[in-house]
Design a protein around this ligand. Structure first.
Ligand code: FES
Length: 216
């Protein structure tokens, strides 16, 4: 046990940026692939949530919760997601700023791995929905502490939990985390695999073992 500030190894008087940086550093240290463990990672995550919510109290096990467990009040029944793989952009000379990006993708005859649609059920995060429909989208921590699962939302909205790691400027550009994000609109268009964007390099963690095998 200990105060959330102790767990994050940050001064209680630290400002928001310092706390966010401390969380990012501790999340990396506690990551199972970096010599930490799932329990330690969850403890760091719970500490960050506690600090953000103003509860600077000793942490109990009950503070460790699944970020995807609460569906939230505004969720639609089901959401149709149109997806596009960022990795094909170079081949076609596309950019995220292209206004007709998804129209072009629909006409390009892409493989269903790279472009298509699927439905997200209310209990699913976007990443879970992709996996449940047979897709292997990238991820690492599954806890809001890296950018491996990042997507760019071009239409609709995907929820942004309070404890995520993304800088505000990226959120404003439509970048979201698919592992903790749930659709808030009936329709959603996302570009996935944007972890390869240079801006997100610093926020990435080592991939999970099966993902590593796919990247090989
Ligand atoms: S996999 Fe790390 S934030 Fe989603």
């Amino acid at each position: 046990m200990g105060s959330p500030f102790d767990v994050l190894r940050v001064d209680p008087d630290a400002d928001d940026d310092e706390i966010k940086r401390a969380y990012r550093r501790r999340a990396k240290e506690a990551h199972p692939d970096q010599g930490g463990s799932v329990e330690e990672f969850q403890r760091v995550k719970a500490a960050y949530e506690a600090v953000l919510s103003g509860r600077a109290e000793p942490l109990e096990d009950a503070d460790v919760e699944d970020p995807a467990a609460d569906p939230g009040p505004d969720e639609p029944e089901r959401t149709e997601v149109e997806y596009l793989n960022y990795e094909v952009f170079d081949d076609y000379g596309w950019s995220l700023d292209d206004e007709d990006l998804f129209e072009r993708a629909a006409d390009a005859g892409l493989d269903s791995t790279d472009y298509g649609r699927f439905l997200v059920e209310p209990a699913e995060t976007l990443l879970e929905a992709a996996e449940n429909r047979g897709f292997a989208w990238p991820y690492a921590c599954r806890g809001g502490a890296c950018a491996n699962c990042a997507v760019v939302v071009t239409e609709g909205e995907l929820s942004t939990p309070v404890d995520h790691i993304l800088p505000d400027e990226m959120v404003e550009r439509g970048i979201r985390l698919s592992c903790v994000g749930k659709p808030l609109t009936d329709e959603l268009s996302v570009v996935y695999n944007v972890k390869h964007m240079p801006d997100l390099e610093e926020l990435r963690l080592p991939p999970r073992p099966f993902e590593r095998a796919q990247d090989d």
